[in-house]
Design a protein around this ligand. Structure first.
Ligand code: ARG
Length: 300
């Protein structure tokens, strides 16, 4: 997060370099106004391209700035990258035995911080508060967050780093097996997630929203909900945690569409976007990414 003094100093020292940055706040505002209109056209477009197109007109100097390796996003001016997450989503984020937020996403943002030469500070908060906290309480969010058109109206996303799909967690003896079987059911979800949005669209569903995914699974075991809709990897973690009591079923069987995870950042901060995308690319190229997948996801 920026401290005002730090920002003032940095801006004063690097005024010429940072012309694009200085206007990023204005760019964000005007982009937001057009985002709703362009949502439809943007539907099938890659996030990064999309963002570049949208901001090109407002910030023509952004490309030049990004190429200059000394360019620093205002968000990083104090040398700290504050990352919001919701550590209720294993294996991507969870609270470890020492009470610290840990998991794939946490290791990934720490690796990004190292590439960018900044300290990473994690803020654990409710998932539903993440998007609105970006640019104020937190710089970016790394939370197994799916890229959606609705979220793209208020934040930008990096290139995606993981493919996912919603799964359906069922009691071991459930007869639910296809999309039509979900109609009229009581469905447990984590509040504000894509699982929540899917559940609300199912005919005659009653949606029970939880702040913590594990509470939804507990209510499934207690018989208070008929199923839980949640992302694949957490579903598999819960399946092994509550082995014999619940099963996790691939959402493809229920016609759920694939989803992509990406890091969310302030709308219009193209410098930060380019920096994180470049760091991500390096992390993939040097084998770090695959190591993290092995350690956190495949070792489950
Ligand atoms: N992928 C889903 C979404 O973006 C769920 C993410 C939940 N993440 C978490 N850290 N609780 O809506």
């Amino acid at each position: 997060m920026k401290k005002f003094l730090a920002v003032a100093l940095t801006v004063a020292m690097t005024m010429t370099m940072l012309t694009a940055c200085g206007s990023s706040e204005t760019a964000a505002d005007s982009t937001e106004a057009t985002a709703a209109d362009s949502t439809e056209a943007a539907e099938t477009t890659e996030t990064a391209d999309d963002t570049a197109e949208e901001t090109e007109a407002e910030a023509p100097a952004a490309d030049e700035t990004a190429e200059n390796s000394d360019a620093v996003s205002e968000a990083l001016a104090d040398g700290v990258l504050t990352v919001g997450t919701n550590a209720e989503f294993p294996p991507f984020e969870y609270v470890d035995d020492n009470g610290e937020a840990d998991g794939f996403d946490m290791a990934l943002v720490k690796a990004i911080g190292e590439k960018l030469g900044v300290e990473v500070v994690i803020e654990n908060m409710e998932f539903a508060s993440l998007v609105s906290s970006i640019g104020s309480k937190i710089d970016i969010a790394a939370a197994g967050m799916t890229v959606t058109d609705e979220r793209k109206e208020s934040v930008d996303f990096t290139n995606s780093y993981y493919e996912a799909v919603q799964y359906v967690i069922l009691p071991a003896d459930s007869e639910i097996a296809a999309a039509a079987d979900l109609e009229g059911k009581t469905i447990g979800v984590q509040l504000g997630t894509t699982g929540d949005f899917i559940a609300e669209d199912i005919a005659d569903s009653t949606v029970s929203q939880y702040n913590k995914a594990v509470d939804a699974v507990n209510d499934l075991i207690n018989g208070r909900v008929d199923c839980v809709i949640i992302d694949k990897n957490p579903a598999l973690v819960f399946e092994s945690k509550f082995e014999g009591q619940v099963v996790a079923v691939d959402g493809a069987q229920f016609d759920f569409e694939p989803e992509e995870y990406a890091i969310a950042l302030p709308k219009g901060d193209t410098v930060l976007l380019d920096q994180i995308n470049a760091a991500l690319e390096e992390i993939k190229a040097d084998g770090t990414f695959d190591e993290l997948v092995k350690t956190y996801i495949e070792a489950e």
